[in-house]
Design a protein around this ligand. Structure first.
Ligand SMILES: C[S@@+](CC[C@H](N)C(=O)[O-])C[C@H]1O[C@@H](n2cnc3c(N)ncnc32)[C@H](O)[C@@H]1O
Length: 244
């Protein structure tokens, strides 16, 4: 795949998992440049091509890494970020990461890293504290605190309407994470898409990605676009095309 939007090889080291953003064993990160490209491709399919800020949702959000990275990189194009996951430990970690979408959250993280630098006398902590400070400056310059919400939810059994315009989600592929909830193994993507289609506005754009050769969409569902980068594949679909 040729990058269409994230065309420059920008230094994203401040966003690396476990630097300022928190990680834990069993929670995968996500390539930052690809995350940016996928969001921007989705924005190009929104009603006004992403002119107005959109509400983003990651319903298999894990640690919240992907959603937080997108919030920090594209704050000016987003109005709200929502993360849900079936796993309560993931949701707790995601809540701490999404706090980094605020000036207070980043200031607290910078202070924590400066304290570690003093306590352990290690230069890496100073660099990480400086990265937190730089992320705070970036957030402020793009519009400031980004409203966000985190909750526990099974993506197969969603019932309440969700006000989101764009979904970007990295689904389990059995490396570090696996599926929970109940859906036929051979139709998990279909079950997830029907569930999402039942709660999202019809105009919403859903981006699914995974470490796989190709995202298998249910019969009759046409992708708006497909992407393939290295070991990852992605598919963009319109919510109304997957609504039950
Ligand atoms: C590849 S990980 C997501 C990584 C995430 N994008 C991040 O940045 O940390 C997949 C996530 O899907 C979650 N998951 C598995 N089954 C689920 C279900 N039925 N509903 C919601 N989340 C589910 C797992 O708990 C895991 O956190």
């Amino acid at each position: 795949m040729a990058y269409r939007y994230a065309t420059e090889r920008t230094d994203h080291s401040a966003l690396a998992s476990g630097q300022v953003l928190r990680s834990a064993p069993g929670f995968p990160g996500f390539p930052v440049r690809l995350a940016s490209e996928l969001l921007q491709r989705a924005l190009a399919h929104t009603t006004d091509q992403g002119e107005s800020p959109v509400r983003l949702w990651d319903p298999c959000g894990g640690s919240g890494y992907l959603a937080t990275v997108l919030g920090l990189l594209h704050r000016d194009r987003l109005a709200h970020v929502r993360v849900s996951d079936i796993d309560e430990d993931a949701v707790a970690l995601a809540a701490r990461n999404l706090e980094l979408l605020t000036a207070d959250g980043l200031a607290a993280r910078e202070e924590e890293l400066r304290r570690s630098a003093r306590d352990f006398g290690r230069v890496e902590f100073v660099e990480r504290a400086e990265a937190a400070r730089d992320l705070a400056a970036g957030l402020a310059s793009q519009g400031g605190d980004l409203p966000h919400e985190v909750r526990t939810a099974d993506v197969f059994t969603l019932t309440d309407p969700v006000d989101a315009d764009v979904v970007v989600t990295d689904i389990p592929y059995g490396e570090m994470t696996s599926w929970g909830g109940s859906a036929p193994e051979e139709d998990r993507v279909g079950a997830m898409l029907r569930s999402l289609g039942g709660v999202l506005p019809r105009h919403a754009v859903v981006v699914i990605t995974a470490k796989t050769r190709r995202i298998a969409l249910p019969e009759g569902v046409r992708a708006l676009e497909r992407v393939k980068v290295g070991t990852r594949a992605g598919a963009l679909v319109r919510a109304r095309d997957v609504a039950p």
